[in-house]
Ligand binder design. Structure first.
Ligand code: ATP
Ligand code: MG
Length: 245
């Protein structure tokens, strides 16, 4: 870890940067993941590096959707595994949902290292991609999935997702909950629910939110939710902060 003093005004952001660099050094995160992280940092700066009301609203709806899901699955890539392993495992425990490794850049052994990293952090099991089950509408390595995981899921939680796969999952009739700091990304626009927040802030709030529901209250929350309205509000917030408001 680099020597960032705790009094530094951007201490948390710099600590996360260290965490993602450590992920690369451990062979969990792809070097390309550093670029994705940098883009996330830029949007986090514009958002104010706190959970804003549009994210709270999406987190509430996501909690409802995951609570009602028959077969929810949590998709894990190298960035999320490095940044928030404990949050992913806690979410899986609350939902009784499997974690499944799914990455874009397949350097040798990285999928296995992510799995082992999550197991060391206390995950009961971690599903891996297989050639037995494949997603339609997608050509990249991310089409290979587990038959009892993403393939069978009705709701997939995919933080920091790539737009292509989000689209493929939607075309296959699955609901997608994502966390993406960029409200303009293809993923943000195509997901059923987009939490525009940093995954390290959003995950604990999502875990807390899931405990609160009954079936009718969760259904009611989903009926009233509009992802387009939430994304519009995120963009409005970013442009207001640019005006110094
Ligand atoms: P799309 O295909 O959806 O348009 P992209 O492929 O260009 O997006 P990626 O390079 O896959 O985007 O990057 C993943 C996304 O994750 C980026 O939009 C980035 O803002 C976001 N992101 C990065 N770090 C975080 C984080 N810690 N929390 C939430 N979102 C993040
Ligand atoms: Mg992409």
């Amino acid at each position: 870890m680099s020597d960032v003093p705790k009094t530094h005004p951007r201490y948390l952001s710099l600590t996360l940067r260290d965490t993602i660099v450590a992920g690369v050094e451990q062979g969990i995160t792809s070097v390309h993941g550093l670029i994705a992280h940098g883009r996330g940092e830029a949007f986090d700066y514009l958002i104010g590096e706190t959970t804003q009301p549009f994210a709270t609203e999406a987190i509430h709806a996501a909690a409802a959707m995951l609570y009602l899901a028959e077969h929810p699955v949590i998709s894990v890539n190298g960035n999320v595994a490095a940044l928030a392993p404990d949050g992913l495992i806690e979410l899986g425990r609350i939902l009784n949902a499997p974690l499944e490794v799914n990455i874009f850049h397949t350097e040798t052994g990285r999928e296995q290292r992510i799995r082992e990293y999550l197991l060391r952090h206390g995950a009961p099991d971690v599903l891996m991609p297989t050639t037995e089950a494949q997603l339609s509408y997608i050509d990249s390595n991310r089409k290979f999935v587990h038959p009892n995981g993403i393939f069978k899921a009705d709701v997939v939680f995919v933080p920091l997702e790539d737009g292509d796969r989000c689209e493929a999952l939607r075309q296959m009739g699955k609901a997608v909950v994502t966390v993406d700091l960029n409200p303009m990304s293809r993923t943000a626009k195509q997901a059923s629910i987009t939490i525009v927040d940093n995954v390290v802030r959003a995950l604990p709030l999502l875990c807390e939110g899931i405990r609160d529901f009954s079936d009718p209250s969760a259904q009611d929350t989903l009926k009233r939710y509009s992802n387009a309205a939430v994304l519009k509000e995120a963009l409005r917030h970013i442009s207001r902060s640019g005006n110094g408001d």
